[in-house]
Design a binder for this molecule. Structure first.
Ligand code: FES
Length: 373
């Protein structure tokens, strides 16, 4: 979701030449072993530069185990400070792509990617004066790195505080880079590490974040007051739920909190939970999609999502996780009612504005029109 004043750019054309998502074949420039189980893949910017916003993600597409697999990975690079595009991948137990990439990819290879997407971003203005407090867990640091670099360089009067939770010292991704940034931007970046398993001589914090610990942590970072402070979080679901509860206990309003859900694409689709209450009946219904200057009409069966129906018919709509988390498939319902199996990826205000996710969406009325883009 977007925080700050970000407005998604309109991308429309009267007579599209290539309707559909935009794909690129990117050359791997370098692979960096960040920790024992995490790598960063640095892609060369093509001659026709790919523009992106800090906090967005790239969807990598690769043939794994005989089928095309897509996974979204947040960019750790900043469009303001880095020449190349870079994503970080941490191995996940039984993760198809997260194991295939470090095992197979090497410098010089080419990877197909979808254009950068995602709404966990903001607009930078040199006159902004804000305090961005970030909670990251494990590889949830990735979008934060991009946002930290951009905030520190684009907003001279803004500051960042990072509360970064990891299993142990060896699993801290970007430890050195963060130290360097703290030195370069003295007094404007505060990093506090919290470890599950701390070594004997550890001077910092350890264990699960608790109300007590968070109160102490907040005493160590500047207090700019609620109005000037924004709270961001990205990490494992358990950590984010815990942080949300703790912030609520500190009376931080929900509108000040923005989160990026992990996008692993491994959610068990058998346990969808239906969350949008509507009065409509689930039956085959016609859906109209407007995307990239084209209009598509098709019937969606009750046990199929809008996205899978479109893909089955060869309509090339944007998507990544297919789990209702990454928002790559987000569109705005201009009319009709859509029931979502999962709406974790959307903020309250996005839902109120009529945004839906086609990968987990079912039409509940016959007049559903969704605009994507
Ligand atoms: S494809 Fe990720 S939310 Fe729909």
């Amino acid at each position: 979701m977007a925080f700050g004043f970000f407005k998604k750019s309109e991308k429309k054309s009267e007579t599209p030449v290539n309707a559909g998502p935009h794909y690129y074949d990117l050359k791997v420039k370098n692979i960096i072993q960040e920790t024992k189980d995490a790598i960063s893949i640095v892609f060369e910017q093509p001659a026709n530069k790919i523009s992106y916003k800090s906090g967005q993600f790239l969807t990598l597409i690769a043939p794994v185990a005989g089928k095309e697999v897509r996974r979204a990975y947040s960019l750790n690079s900043s469009p303001f400070t880095d020449q190349d595009l870079s994503v970080t991948i941490k191995r996940v137990d039984l993760g198809l792509m997260s194991n295939w990439l470090p095992d197979n990819l090497k410098a010089g290879d080419t990877v197909k990617v979808m254009e950068p997407m995602g709404h966990f971003t903001t607009e930078y203005k040199s006159e902004n004066k804000r305090h961005v407090i970030m909670f990251a867990g494990g590889s949830g640091i990735t979008p934060m790195m991009s946002l930290i670099k951009s905030t520190l360089t684009q907003e001279p009067e803004s500051i960042c505080s990072l509360i970064y939770c990891n299993r142990d010292i060896d699993s801290i991704i970007f430890k050195d880079q963060l130290e360097k940034l703290q030195t370069t931007h003295a007094g404007r970046l505060h990093v506090i590490h919290v470890l599950d398993n701390a070594p004997m001589n550890w001077q910092g914090y350890s264990g699960l974040l608790s109300h007590e610990m968070l109160t102490k942590l907040f005493e160590r970072i500047p207090d700019w007051g609620l109005e000037k402070t924004t709270y961001l979080m990205c990490g494992p679901e358990g950590m984010m739920k815990n942080v949300e509860t703790l912030l609520a206990a500190l009376n931080i309003p929900k509108e000040k909190i923005f989160k990026e859900s992990f996008v692993q694409g491994t959610i068990d689709k058998g346990v969808r939970k239906e969350v949008t209450v509507t009065t409509g009946e689930k039956k085959e219904r016609e859906v109209t999609i407007r995307y990239d200057g084209q209009e598509y009409k098709f019937m969606v069966a009750p046990d199929h999502t809008i996205l899978e129906t479109a893909l089955n018919q060869g309509i090339d709509l944007p998507y990544s996780c297919q789990s209702g988390l990454c928002t790559a498939c987000r569109g705005k319902a201009l009319s009709g009612q859509v029931k979502l199996d999962e709406e974790e990826g959307l903020s309250q205000s996005e839902r109120a504005e009529g945004y839906v996710l086609t990968c987990v969406g079912h039409p509940m009325t016959d007049d559903v029109v969704i605009e994507i883009g």
